[in-house]
Design a protein around this ligand. Structure first.
Ligand code: ATR
Length: 268
C-alpha cells in the first residue's frame, strides 16, 4: 500500500515541500512506496483533518503556517523540542496516535555555516518561526537578542525561552542576524520595516532570511554585496524537510536532490 505524506497549510499552493520531498523519495528509490502532497486545510478543520489521515493511508505530515501551534495542541504525544518551542512542524501517525515533533530548530542550525556557540546574535521577530530560531541558538550556547515590532511579544518570548529583548539594536554589532519575521514576503521594504541598515553589513557577519520567494531576497542580496555570508530560507526549508523525511522513512535524506527540487527549474 502507498504510504502517504503531506504538508498541511493555509494557503499551501506555493509550498516547495511536495516538489522537494517527492524528489527525495525518487532519489531514495521510494517513489513507488511513498508519496507527498499539499493539502489546504482551514484552521477550524485542522483537527478533524489530521484525525482522519491515518485511515487514509497517511504515515505523517508537515504542518506549516498557520497550523504550527494548533498541531502541538491536538497531538497525543510531543517531543521535548516541540513542547519547549511551543510549535510543531512534523506529525507522525502510529497506532492511532498523533506524535508531534519540531524539525525547524535543528534544521535552522544545520543550515548555518558554523556553530553560533558564544556568538552575539540578533533574531528579528517573535512568532512561531522566531521561537524555533531562538530556542536553537540558545541550545547552541549563542548570546541571543530579540527584536520585534510589537515589543510585548519579544519580551514574552524571552521570558519563556531565554535571550534578551532589544528595542534599538545596532545591527553591525552582531555576528549572526536572522530575519524570522514575514517582512519581505509581500514585497515590503526590509530596510524600512526592520532595524537594519542597508550599509551596515560586513564580511564578518552571517545573515539568514527565512523568507523565501523566487530569487534572492533584497536583504540577502544587500548583505552578500557587503561580503556577509548569507543563508536563504530555501536552505532552512531543505534542512527541516530532510529531518522530517528521516523521521518518517528512516532513510538518509538526499540533500542535493532536495535542494535542486526546492529551488525549482530556474535554480533561483
Ligand atoms: P510565524 O509563526 O510564521 O513566525 P507570525 O506569528 O504571524 O508568523 O509572526 C510574524 C512575525 O513577523 C511577527 O514577529 C510580526 O511582528 P508583530 O509581532 O509585531 O506582528 C512580524 N512582522 C510582520 N509584518 C511586519 C512588519 N511590517 N514589520 C515588522 N515586523 C513584521
Amino acid at each position: 500500500m502507498m504510504r502517504r505524506l503531506a504538508v498541511l497549510g493555509h494557503p499551501v499552493a506555493h509550498s516547495r515541500s511536495p516538489a522537494m520531498q517527492n524528489a527525495a523519495l525518487a532519489e531514495l528509490g521510494l517513489a513507488g512506496e511513498w508519496t507527498y502532497e499539499a493539502i489546504d486545510v482551514a484552521p477550524d478543520e485542522l483537527e478533524r483533518r489530521v484525525r482522519a489521515m491515518p485511515e487514509e493511508g497517511f504515515a505523517g505530515a508537515n504542518v506549516t503556517v498557520p497550523h504550527k501551534g494548533a498541531a502541538l495542541v491536538l497531538a497525543d504525544e510531543l517531543s521535548e523540542t516541540a513542547r519547549e518551542i511551543g510549535a510543531a512542524n512534523t506529525l507522525s501517525f502510529a497506532d492511532g496516535e498523533v506524535h508531534a515533533d519540531n524539525t525547524d530548530a535543528e534544521g535552522f542550525l544545520r543550515a548555518l555555516p558554523a556553530s553560533p556557540h558564544g556568538e552575539a546574535t540578533l533574531v528579528l521577530g517573535a512568532g512561531g518561526a522566531a521561537r524555533a530560531v531562538v530556542w536553537a541558538l540558545l541550545r547552541e550556547g549563542a548570546r541571543v537578542e530579540v527584536w520585534n515590532r510589537t515589543e510585548l511579544r519579544s519580551r514574552n518570548l524571552c521570558e519563556e525561552l531565554g535571550g534578551s529583548p532589544v528595542t534599538a539594536p545596532d545591527s553591525s554589532s552582531y555576528r549572526l542576524i536572522v530575519n524570522s519575521t514575514s517582512v519581505g514576503l509581500r514585497g515590503e521594504d526590509v530596510f524600512a520595516e526592520l532595524p537594519l541598515s542597508a550599509g551596515g553589513f560586513s564580511s564578518g557577519q552571517t545573515v539568514v532570511d527565512l523568507v523565501y520567494g523566487v530569487g534572492p531576497s533584497r536583504l540577502l542580496a544587500t548583505a552578500k554585496a557587503a561580503g556577509s555570508t548569507v543563508v536563504d530560507g530555501i536552505e532552512v526549508l531543505v534542512r527541516q524537510g530532510a529531518l522530517s523525511l528521516e523521521i518518517w522513512t528512516g532513510s538518509e535524506p538526499p540533500l542535493d536532490a532536495m535542494r535542486a527540487a526546492a529551488r525549482g527549474p530556474s535554480g533561483s
